[in-house]
Design a protein. Structure first.
Lengths: 129, 370
């Protein structure tokens, strides 16, 4: 049973998004996603300043067995990336919703945020699989 | 409906993540693929490889048949139980499969072929066996467990029928013997010492449980792949197939050219290739930057392009390694294209790791120099 915190928004492609009070959002991959991938050994991060549209492949997470794209859940500009993942990609496995975050975005399109799933709806998509 | 081995229930109990592999429900890992990998390098791990196809061949002309069917020469097998790794080629010298053949007695041989190639292998073997009056019997009543690692033989021997424990420990590498219903071979696909045990399917769960109780770590197909890659062992369908010559797949050593009068399927094509020279060679690569090597990435060299056939992150070396088919004269360095970027890699001769030790000399990575 995977962990799906109730205070986050989710994309069907298994990214989560947390809204900060300063208008900056934090993005990572869900517990379900990290468990499916297995132990991560490399994370390729986006460049700070990149302008992303929803669905843009912006990062790559690689486990021993395969590489997977991470898609931006919303339109926005990358303000910060989680540099700690360069040396500790396993943080994504260990703490997918905390220290395993991937990037932060500013100038986020609110319409895109409204399109994302809440925890319950995301849970339902997992049960369909 | 995927097929399940007689150990399927054990996998569930041990918390396996199950994936489809060649039509079989198989464990890919039991929680941590990397921990499983280390267990095999450091202590002992076990793999359910019952999905592999065991075929018994019998007949008065069985040796003559296999000397024609296989590129390596079973004529080398003089003592009962001796094993040989070989390719089975088509007329064009392409690899139908790679397999291990065991000499049992003058009228009985056993071969173990890949699960993914079962149907075409059996069809090919049966087709040619007719001319030699050799009986071909698939043994789907048997299970197969590989126990691998520095402590594997000792622990596994204690779980074998009492009558054969001592003689099992006395087996030399690439030799096998029957102990009651068990067929025990000192072979493997990890670069470590150990046994591959073929036994009646209904006895496999008991053997598996005894091994687990003795501390052997259950390992999935994920660790099997990283271990074999570190050991520089080819994977059929990835590193070679019917479109590639063994001479371009690092398998030239498995072709028995002598005696010259032995005709085997594919021989004429291979002799022509050998005389004309092949354009490519098969090498190991160590990525000298962050990232992971993967099959089908492009290799850039001064002499043209090559391709990675297998790549992964090596848990033992803690960096990316791969096998690649590249133009001859590649030299000691090349670049690999990963998502549009060209990253430096060192060219090495596999294996990368054997018996718990990294044996390739890895140069410092660029990122560590700067």
């Amino acid at each position: 049973m995977s962990d799906i915190p109730g205070d986050l928004k989710y994309a069907k492609s298994h990214e989560w998004m947390r809204q900060g009070e300063d208008g900056i959002v934090t993005v990572g991959i869900s517990d379900h996603a990290q468990a499916s991938l297995g132990e991560l050994v490399y994370v390729e991060l986006p460049e700070v300043g990149s302008e992303l549209s929803p669905g843009d492949a912006c990062a790559v997470v690689e486990s021993v067995k395969a590489a997977s794209d991470v898609y931006s859940p919303v339109e926005g500009v990358v303000t910060e990336v989680n540099e700690a993942l360069a040396d500790q990609p396993e943080l994504v496995n260990e703490q997918p919703y905390d220290n395993g975050w991937i990037m932060r975005l500013s100038d986020v399109n609110k319409d895109d945020v409204a399109e994302l799933l809440d925890a319950e709806a995301y849970q339902a998509t997992l049960e369909e699989d | 409906m995927a097929r399940r081995t007689s150990l399927y229930e054990q996998h569930g109990t041990a918390g396996a993540r199950i994936v489809d592999f060649a039509g079989w429900d198989m464990p890919v890992h039991y929680g941590s693929q990397i921990d499983e990998h280390h267990a095999v390098r450091r202590t002992a791990g076990m793999f359910d490889v019952s999905h592999m196809t065991v075929v018994d061949l019998s007949g008065v002309r069985v040796r003559e048949f296999l000397r024609y069917l296989l590129a390596n020469d079973v004529g080398k097998l003089k003592t009962a139980g001796k094993a040989l790794y070989t390719c089975m080629l088509n007329e064009n010298g392409g690899v139908i499969d790679d397999l291990i053949v065991y000499f049992r007695d003058d009228t009985h041989f056993r071969v173990v072929v890949n699960a993914a190639t079962r149907d075409k292998d059996l069809a090919w073997i049966e087709q040619h066996a007719l001319d030699y009056d050799v009986a071909v019997k698939e043994r789907d009543d048997l299970a197969m467990v590989a126990v691998q690692g520095p402590q594997a033989r000792e622990i596994a021997a204690a779980c074998l029928p009492q009558t054969g424990r001592e003689s099992a420990l006395a087996l030399k590498p690439f030799n096998a013997m029957s102990i009651e219903d068990y067929f025990v071979a000192r072979t493997g696909y990890t670069g470590e010492d150990g046994f591959e045990v073929i036994l009646p399917a209904e006895q496999a769960p008991g053997f598996w449980k005894a091994l687990a109780q003795a501390g052997v770590v259950p390992c999935g197909l994920g660790a099997r792949d990283t271990l074999r890659l570190e050991a520089g062992m080819n994977l059929y369908g990835q590193d070679m197939d019917e479109s590639t010559s063994p001479l371009e797949s690092g398998l030239g050593w498995t072709i028995a050219w002598d005696p010259a009068e032995r005709d085997f399927i594919g021989r004429r094509t291979l002799e022509r290739q050998k005389a004309d020279g092949v354009a490519n060679k098969f090498v190991g690569l160590v990525l000298q930057a962050r990232g992971v090597l993967r099959a089908h990435q492009k290799v850039l060299t001064g002499n043209g392009e090559g391709e990675i056939t297998s790549g992964t992150f090596s848990p033992t070396m803690e960096c990316a390694i791969g096998l690649a088919r590249v133009p001859k004269g590649i030299g000691k360095h090349c670049e690999v294209e990963i998502r549009g970027r060209q990253l430096p890699a060192q060219v090495v001769r596999p294996p990368f790791v054997r018996m718990g030790q990294t044996i390739v000399v890895v140069e410092p990575h660029e990122s560590e120099e700067s």
